[in-house]
Ligand binder design. Structure first.
Ligand SMILES: O=C(O)CCC(=O)C(=O)O
Ligand SMILES: [Fe+2]
Length: 285
């Protein structure tokens, strides 16, 4: 089986020595970036040879991708809300066309999974995010995924519903497919609708285009920062990113509706979790 040191450049990112000064320096840099822009970019986190392995695994699992195309508002909704004017962000719907390789597609022990499940990686991410501990998202479909943008596809402006996202770009598009974001365009007590409306209409003020390269590990706080992946050019190769989902609580499973939206199906685990949520316990009848 692949080991962590085969995958991560431990000279640059000494995840195996969390007490050392080098580790602390790397974490401090990520913390500063997160505080500043909500985005920490860990360049060349994955070794170049390992990036090829991650890419080959994604390529071979790509047949399992669930592609979907919806016109969404920044809040991931698709329906008009009559409480808001027609030109309001809530009623501005733009194309999201992309696909996800689901969590049950990966060979156990494959490189993508080893990287996702390595306790050292979860420890590092928790330290960067100043969270006591992180667990791999227990959702059987949404825990370990790959976001696929084929030529002509785009993932339009949106906010994430989770507090942070962890991404490794594995294959970059030659044209288009760039990650763009507007730091802190909203906050817990300010929706920021005016600036959001301007951004959706094409205003580039405050748009940051991230210099993301294959092997880079991105930690992104997407609750307050509007972000998108621009359209991959028709003549380009596809853009493939590995997406690692973690939760602060253990054993979290995603909602049925959202799972259907992204993966086109649900598993018995999702149905059971939904019933337990309604009842407030997981007991049989
Ligand atoms: O593929 C990416 O880099 C991130 C896409 C994204 O924003 C998301 O899946 O919420
Ligand atoms: Fe997102």
């Amino acid at each position: 089986m692949v080991a962590l040191h085969d995958l991560v450049d431990l000279d640059r990112y000494p995840l195996h020595e969390p007490e050392g000064a080098a580790y602390v320096a790397v974490v401090d840099r990520a913390r500063a970036q997160l505080a500043d822009t909500g985005c920490a970019l860990n360049k060349d986190f994955v070794r170049p040879e390992a990036v090829s392995v991650l890419a080959a695994e994604i390529e071979s699992n790509k047949v399992d991708t669930h592609f979907s195309r919806q016109d969404i508002n920044p809040y991931f909704h698709t329906e008009v809300n009559p409480d808001f004017p027609p030109d309001h962000p809530v009623n501005t719907f733009i194309e999201r066309s992309s696909g996800f390789i689901p969590g049950d597609s990966w060979e156990p022990g494959c490189a993508n999974e080893v990287l996702f499940r390595a306790p050292e990686v979860a420890r590092f991410l928790a330290d960067c995010l100043r969270i006591p501990e992180l667990h791999c998202y227990a959702d059987p479909l949404a825990g370990l995924t790959s976001n696929i943008l084929d030529p002509g596809q785009q993932f339009t402006w949106h906010f994430d519903t989770n507090d942070f996202a962890v991404t490794v770009l594995v294959q970059e598009a030659e044209a288009g497919g760039s990650f763009e974001y507007i730091p802190a365009i909203r906050s817990a007590d300010d929706e920021g609708f005016d600036r959001i409306a301007a951004a959706l209409a094409g205003d580039r003020t405050d748009v940051v285009s991230l210099d993301l390269r294959p092997g880079d590990l991105q930690i992104f706080k997407g609750r307050y920062s509007l972000h998108r992946v621009t359209r991959v050019a028709e003549a380009s190769r596809p853009r493939h990113a590995a997406i690692f989902a973690y939760t602060e609580q253990a054993d979290v499973i995603g909602r049925v509706e959202r799972t259907r939206q992204l993966f086109g199906r649900v598993l018995p685990e999702h149905e059971a979790a939904e019933i337990a949520r309604v009842r407030g316990d997981a007991l049989l009848d």
